[in-house]
Design a protein around this ligand. Structure first.
Ligand code: ADP
Length: 608
């Protein structure tokens, strides 16, 4: 046997083998598409058998030639039907191909032996044109597909090109000199073998090949999987899972998450062709979610005839659906779907289930991360509350103790010597401590109002310069030289009381934390749509490590102690809240031993 004969035999054997495989598939899944494949390879197998018969018996007849010719002609027509199963073929083209097939086949049967050259050329032209159309359609289909499906379509396109070229060489033989025929015929046999292999790979890829094609996409997905639970939003996780499943299986994918309150599966991707919500009774996905068993629906419309129109409109021809569940927690379902009937194979179902299981693990991890964050936030809130209570109790205790002791002393004195003159300095101390207590209580209330966003109220036009002058003239600041400087009024729309409170607090701190008789500067100006207030003192300053935290609740500088400087560390926290609720900003420049400048910038519009 020559090499050329061996090649020819191999390609014929592959075509027969393919027929057996796709024939069995067609019997198992009675779909138009599986029948079309079986018919295509049935025709090639018949041609092969006839050629073998002729080679074996040496019998040739006009009838046999006509039958082989007709079967060969039927191939591109059947191929066109297959293209139709994968993509759109204009009905006109289909009809033209059918009529052409009947006419040429009729001519073949009526023509004398040997077949006249013009008829051979028409036959070849018919074949080549349809095969070229098929190849282009498959290439275009491949471009629109992903993963395995893309490679399969590419293989089918290549097979079609090889088959067309094979027929072209057969046609050429009729035009060549006898010496050239063996070479061209050998090329033809090789093309036949290549087309057989390419079709085999495209239409019935062995499991090992599918797995090899899926492996890179699967590996890429698994590499990303560990980081998915930490994506900022569940929608992003779902999208990544969908993309991974789609790329690996070679189709489109959608994940529906179960919403227990509405009892529906919610599809989050707005680009999905599926409806956003699927509830009881609707769609196959709900059926699978209920049964908790993964299923392959090769023909969605047939599996659920009432919704066949919906499936067709949404471009869903076949479906793989797997439930996403973690233990007895039913989280949702993964749908992998395609608008072409021939894309999936039986073992893609286990791959879909694998993705659904991965999705369950990832979504569960996500839920655990969210839960942990919630618990942490709760712990933090509890800790803050405890801090707040202990700081408040501690700060209230000092003036309260003095107040009670002083009052008791006055009481005892009044009982022992009812006629003795009133102890004015003792009463003054009581008033002083009571006032301090009241300030502390007000600060606590303000801090809690601030948290609830209820601190800043009605706004009105306010001249900050006038307000600053008011603050500076308070008796409490007589111990220092408080100097207000401004070139012109600075007017904005603010909550008068609260902005007054900010300026007062800053001046109060400047006075509290700087030596008696030193200078406190209050400078006001308007620049770039902002009112600027600077309060500068020549006091103790703020240590560098404290500066970033100085506006935090209860934070006090390391260089202040309770005995020398009473306070709770709430004043600046409240100031910051008031300024920010006005759309402004507050910050500080300070150096220990030199002094501090607190800056406030408020939009003159007031609202920021
Ligand atoms: P309090 O004065 O009641 O402690 P504040 O929130 O007003 O609370 O201030 C927080 C801390 O910021 C103070 O404890 C002090 O350490 C520091 N601080 C505030 N103003 C000044 C200032 N003008 N000079 C030095 N340190 C200051």
């Amino acid at each position: 046997m020559t090499a050329v004969q061996l090649i020819s035999l191999a390609s014929q054997a592959i075509y027969v083998l393919l027929f057996l495989i796709v024939g069995a598939q067609a019997l198992r899944r009675r779909l138009r598409a599986t029948w079309d494949i079986a018919l295509f390879f049935g025709a090639t197998t018949l041609i092969v058998l006839e050629l073998q018969f002729v080679a074996f018996t040496g019998a040739t007849s006009a009838l046999l030639t006509a039958i082989v010719g007709t079967l060969a002609l039927a191939l591109p027509y059947l191929l066109l039907r297959l293209v139709g199963d994968f993509a759109h073929v204009p009905p006109v083209l289909m009809r033209v191909a059918e009529v052409g097939l009947v006419l040429i086949a009729g001519a073949l049967f009526l023509a004398p032996e040997p077949t006249p050259l013009p008829l051979v050329l028409i036959l070849v032209a018919y074949f080549v044109v349809l095969a070229a159309y098929g190849a282009v359609a498959f290439v275009r289909g491949a471009r629109l597909s992903v993963g395995v499906t893309r490679r399969r379509m590419e293989a089918v396109a290549a097979g079609t090109v090889f088959l067309g070229a094979d027929v072209l060489t057969a046609g050429l033989e009729a035009l060549l000199s006898p010496a050239e025929v063996p070479i061209v015929s050998a090329i033809g046999q090789l093309l036949g073998l290549l087309s057989a292999i390419a079709y085999f790979v495209g239409f019935a890829p062995p499991r090992i090949l599918r797995r090899a094609w899926q492996e890179p996409e699967l590996r890429a997905f698994l590499q990303r999987a560990a980081s998915l639970p930490r994506l900022p939003q569940t929608t992003a996780i779902v999208r990544a899972l969908q993309d991974g499943a789609a790329a690996t299986i070679g189709a489109r994918a959608a994940i529906g998450l179960y919403d227990p309150t509405l009892h529906v599966l919610r599809f989050q991707d707005p680009h999905s062709v599926l409806p956003n919500e699927v509830g009881a009774g609707d769609f196959l996905v709900w059926r699978v979610f209920q049964s908790q068993r993964a299923e392959y629906f090769p023909d969605a419309a047939r599996a659920h005839p009432e919704l066949s129109l919906a499936y067709r409109q949404r471009g869903v021809a076949s479906l793989l659906i797997a439930p996403i569940s973690a233990g007895d927690q039913h989280l949702g379902a993964l749908e992998v779907y395609t608008d072409r009937p021939l894309v999936f194979s039986e073992d893609d179902l286990s791959l879909t289930q694998l993705f659904a299981d991965q999705a369950a693990v990832i979504l569960e991890s996500r839920a655990l991360i969210d839960e942990a964050a919630r618990v942490r936030a709760q712990e933090e809130a509890t800790r803050l509350k405890e801090d707040f209570l202990s700081a408040a109790a501690h700060d209230l205790k000092t003036p309260l103790t003095t107040l009670v002791a002083q009052a008791q002393f006055l009481e005892r004195r009044a009982e022992a010597q009812p006629s003795a003159p009133a102890d004015v300095s003792g009463i003054k101390r009581i008033v002083h401590e009571a006032k301090r207590l009241s300030v502390l209580v007000i600060e606590l209330l303000d801090a809690s109002r601030l948290e609830q966003g209820r601190l800043v109220g009605e706004r009105e036009p306010v001249d900050l310069v006038e307000l600053a002058r008011d603050v500076a003239s308070r008796d409490a600041y007589r111990s220092h030289h408080v100097i207000v400087s401004a070139d012109a009024p600075v007017v904005g729309s603010y909550d008068l009381r609260r902005i007054g409170q900010v300026i007062d607090n800053l001046v109060e701190n400047a006075v509290k934390y700087s030596p008696e008789a030193s200078e406190v500067q209050l400078a006001l100006a308007q620049r770039d749509g902002h009112a600027l207030i600077d309060v500068t003192d020549q006091g103790i300053g703020i240590p560098v490590p404290d500066i970033p935290h100085i506006f935090d609740r209860f934070h006090r500088g390391a260089n202040v102690d309770d005995r020398r400087f009473a306070g709770m560390g709430l004043g600046l926290f409240i100031c910051k809240g008031i300024v920010e609720q006005h759309g402004g900003r507050i910050w500080v420049d300070s150096a220990v031993g030199t002094g501090s400048t607190f800056h406030v910038a408020l939009p003159v519009g007031g609202r920021g």
